[in-house]
Design a protein around this ligand. Structure first.
Ligand SMILES: [Zn+2]
Length: 393
């Protein structure tokens, strides 16, 4: 059996074991309007010329409508991203051939990826992503796109207006946005899976949400490429009990290595998002910042339901999100030194990430009382799959 086959088989065993332990059906993929949504999202990133190409459209339709399970969906998504990232990695790291990494989705109980060793294949490990992370990214991106002030342009894009103060007014006038956010987070945290909810989106909002989601997802996978290309697995310690049910060995990286993987992840995700999705730096950076915001939302929601205090627990063992984001932001001036033409883009990226952060904070404030009430009056707690740790002081 090749390493790749062994990794795949091991992953399938872990999935079955985890789903059995938590009573999760083998495939809980909600088709709904999924196929139409994906086709519309992909089309929105195409040039008008490509959109008019009937052959290209037919190929897209065939590819998307051929997906019939969540596993198929995730395998397709991850394989395509890996091709993109390996190609960019080969360009930016001279003399290094792009690494082969085995990736997959699993109920890991943490939004950060975990690197687990494949038994009997000593140096082979799997980078596993929380089963529903991609769904949660889509959902969170939609909530942010609806909250941040801006307007649709005639070509179906979204023009941000950068008005920080408008967020409060927008959420006050459109309470359903906060409710949508709260319901999604609650489902994910309590049921362990995210239940997609339809929300009518304008073409501009849909496009903007898709861009944020893309930046987030490429960063998460690129972070894992960072660990491999920077040879972190070679010196990593091995630890057990990383996953909710299986006593498998996982690689534990130092905080310094996590910061380096974040920086590398950003430097790899940005050119990939730029080349394949025409994302400007500031939007990719918003997607990256949104990943850290997502970590914090899950931490707060789980901690609040479990203890009544949203600040004392965290999910997963990576360094606290605030420190990771601080390190990443502190490195942006070095990027300007290397690429002076990016100075304005980086300034815009920091400003937009701050506005997004404010939007997320206000969305959380909107639903916090509901979470606190559900704990107090209905005894609702977080799903047992979440890997909970006491927060480092
Ligand atoms: Zn990491």
């Amino acid at each position: 059996m090749t390493d790749s086959e062994a990794a795949q088989r091991f992953l399938e065993q872990l999935r079955a074991q985890t789903r059995a332990a938590f009573g999760i059906p083998p495939d809980h993929f909600d088709y709904g309007s999924y196929h139409d949504d994906v086709i519309e999202s992909v089309l929105s990133t195409w040039t008008p010329e490509d959109q008019r190409d009937q052959q290209l459209r037919a190929r897209l339709e065939q590819e998307v409508r051929g997906i019939h399970s969540y596993d198929e969906y995730m395998s397709g998504v991850l394989a395509k991203m890996q091709v993109h990232l390996a190609e960019i990695a080969a360009k930016i790291v001279s003399g290094v051939s792009p690494p082969t990494i085995h990736v997959g989705h699993l109920e890991t109980g943490q939004l950060n990826a975990a690197s687990i060793l494949v038994p009997g294949h000593n140096d082979t490990y799997l980078a596993v992503f929380e089963d529903q992370l991609w769904m949660f990214a889509k959902y969170l991106s939609t909530a942010v796109a609806l909250t941040i002030p801006g307007y649709d342009t005639p070509d179906g894009m979204f023009q941000l207006t950068l008005a920080n103060d408008d967020i409060a007014a927008r959420l006050k006038d459109n309470k359903e946005i906060g409710d949508l956010f709260g319901a999604g987070v609650l489902n994910y945290v309590v049921k362990g899976k995210f239940t997609p909810q339809d929300y009518p989106l304008s073409p501009g909002h849909r496009n903007f949400a898709y861009m944020l989601e893309t930046g987030l997802e490429y960063f998460v996978l690129a972070h894992e490429y960072g660990h491999v290309i920077l040879s972190h697995p070679d010196g990593a310690t091995r630890s057990r009990s990383m996953l909710p049910v299986s006593d498998v060995e996982a690689l534990a990286y130092s905080w310094g290595e996590e910061y380096d993987a974040d920086l590398f992840g950003m430097l790899l995700a940005y050119p990939a998002c730029s080349k394949y999705f025409r994302l400007p730096f500031e939007i990719t950076f918003m997607g990256i910042s949104l990943f850290f915001d997502a970590l914090e939302i899950i931490d707060r929601a789980v901690a609040l339901l479990e203890t009544g205090d949203e600040n004392i627990l965290q999910v997963g063992s990576h360094p606290p999100r605030a420190l990771r984001l601080k390190h990443l932001r502190a490195n942006l001036p070095h990027l300007v030194e290397a690429h002076p033409s990016m100075s304005d883009d980086i300034e815009a990226a920091l400003k937009l990430a701050d506005i997004q952060r404010k939007a997320i904070d206000m969305l959380w404030e909107h639903c916090r009382p509901t979470f606190a009430g559900l704990r107090k009056y209905a005894g609702i707690r977080a799903h047992p799959k979440w890997r909970i740790f006491r927060k480092e002081p």
